[in-house]
Design a binder for this molecule. Structure first.
Ligand SMILES: Cc1cc2nc3c(=O)[nH]c(=O)nc-3n(C[C@H](O)[C@H](O)[C@H](O)COP(=O)(O)OP(=O)(O)OC[C@H]3O[C@@H](n4cnc5c(N)ncnc54)[C@H](O)[C@@H]3O)c2cc1C
Length: 389
């Protein structure tokens, strides 16, 4: 598998777009700059300073499909031309009002309906914390008692989550439940397991997400595999490394607790690969959706598929990368006939800022990956004899 074929990787990008991507990647590879810009953006938004235009012309266009579903569908169609599927996500974060949760609920239901009608969209997704108050997830995860008002709000939250999954099942649309911070994840796991048991009897509709940077996830994976066999439901797993490392480590440090995250990347990689081994061994009983930009992990799966003489387009294994990142992986995999899905986030600029900041911070912490992308873009510019650098 050649992920270095830049002609395939950047077929959708004009010279101008390549140059812009190069500029943004160079910008976010500078951790000091990212840290300063993050602070400026956060403050500007708080005081309503006109920052949206700058964001729109830079990181927003790179990592988000647009502000609404219409914008996203345009991107989805473009990707599909090169055999790359998508899943759309209204990536608004950090909201805390019941009105916003209701609004998010309506958007998720609408996205399920859009997904149903579009073959380029094999999945949809939601974040549990976008449907209810974060502190209620935290309290439920810690086993703390809720007040009467909190109980009512929690029931509403559960109703929204269940209704999304019920609607997805009725429409026969696969849906991911994203993994979030470890201190709200216990209750999300509990909900995800019960929904998989309910809706995954015939088909894998509900997919739970496992973050393999967590020290306890391999044990948990074993547990849910056993439970799914015992309770006779189909297991859907979205496997990722995990996106909240800095936040997790900071919180653990502040509370004087050991971090739930592995001490180094090597351990995370080992845990990710062990999870792959375990799932591939049970692939008859499990659907695997691998969300990663790590070539080594992907090559491990491809090698396994080849050894087992499994066709590239095998229906139980999906590969996914984020919109705006790792195009060399997505497009080269799709070119070879593997099932590829881009995560396509959208939303009003101000509301997707936490997502954008996460992407920028993540990219500074995985510098080697970013340098690889920069190298490949330059390689493609050279191939096109486009010498603007
Ligand atoms: C389609 C898709 C869906 C996703 N969904 C979710 C989700 O629901 N929840 C979620 O949390 N994330 C999600 N992510 C983000 C994902 O968890 C990673 O942050 C991101 O993909 C980068 O990881 P990678 O596998 O590409 O690996 P690489 O680029 O090889 O590795 C980077 C990752 O390794 C880990 N890591 C880096 N340094 C260290 C260290 N010093 N110690 C321990 N671990 C380290 C971190 O997890 C870091 O993100 C998703 C990603 C994709 C592509």
């Amino acid at each position: 598998m050649d992920f270095q074929n830049t002609e395939i990787a950047y077929r959708l990008k004009s010279n101008r777009q390549l140059l812009k991507t190069l500029f943004i990647f160079r910008l976010i590879s500078n951790s000091v700059l990212v840290s300063i810009c993050t602070k400026i953006i956060t403050w500007s938004l708080r005081f309503n300073l006109p920052i949206s235009e700058i964001l729109d012309k830079t990181v927003f266009k790179q990592f988000c499909a647009g502000i609404d579903e219409k914008d996203s569908i345009k991107i989805v169609k473009k990707l599909k031309k090169l055999n790359v599927n998508s899943y759309m996500h209204y990536a608004s974060e950090g909201i805390e009002s019941e009105k916003d949760f209701d609004n998010n609920f309506k958007i998720i239901i609408r996205t399920i309906d859009i997904t149903k009608k579009n073959t380029a969209l094999p999945f949809t997704v939601f974040k549990a914390s976008s449907l209810g108050k974060f502190n209620l997830f935290e309290k439920k995860s810690a086993g703390s008692a809720l007040s009467e008002i909190e109980k009512q709000l929690w029931n509403k939250t559960i109703d929204r989550i269940k209704s999304c999954c019920k609607h997805a099942a009725r429409q026969n649309v696969r849906i991911f439940i994203d993994a979030e911070e470890s201190w709200i994840q216990p209750i999300i796991d509990e909900i995800a397991e019960s929904l998989m048991e309910k809706f995954n009897q015939e088909k894998t509709i509900i997919f739970t997400t496992l973050q393999m940077y967590r020290k306890d996830r391999l044990k948990y994976l074993n547990k849910i595999i056993q439970n799914s066999v015992k309770k006779k439901y189909k297991l859907g797993i979205k496997l990722v490394r995990g996106a909240y490392m800095e936040k997790e480590n900071e919180r653990a440090y502040k509370n004087g607790l050991p971090s739930p995250i592995f001490e180094n990347k090597i351990q995370t990689d080992l845990s990710f690969n062990s999870a792959l081994d375990l799932i591939l061994l049970k692939i008859e009983k499990c659907d695997l959706f691998v969300g990663t930009h790590c070539e080594k992990s992907i090559k491990k799966i491809l090698k396994w598929m080849k050894e087992k003489k499994i066709a590239n387009g095998y229906s139980k294994i999906w590969f996914s990368q984020l919109f705006g990142m790792a195009d060399h992986i997505s497009f080269n995999l799709a070119f070879q006939g593997y099932q590829v899905v881009k995560y396509v986030p959208y939303g009003p600029i101000k509301e997707v800022v936490p997502y954008l900041i996460r992407r920028a911070e993540e990219n500074t912490s995985v510098n080697s990956q970013l340098s690889k992308e920069i190298y490949l873009i330059k390689k493609e510019m050279k191939r096109r004899k486009f010498n603007a650098i």
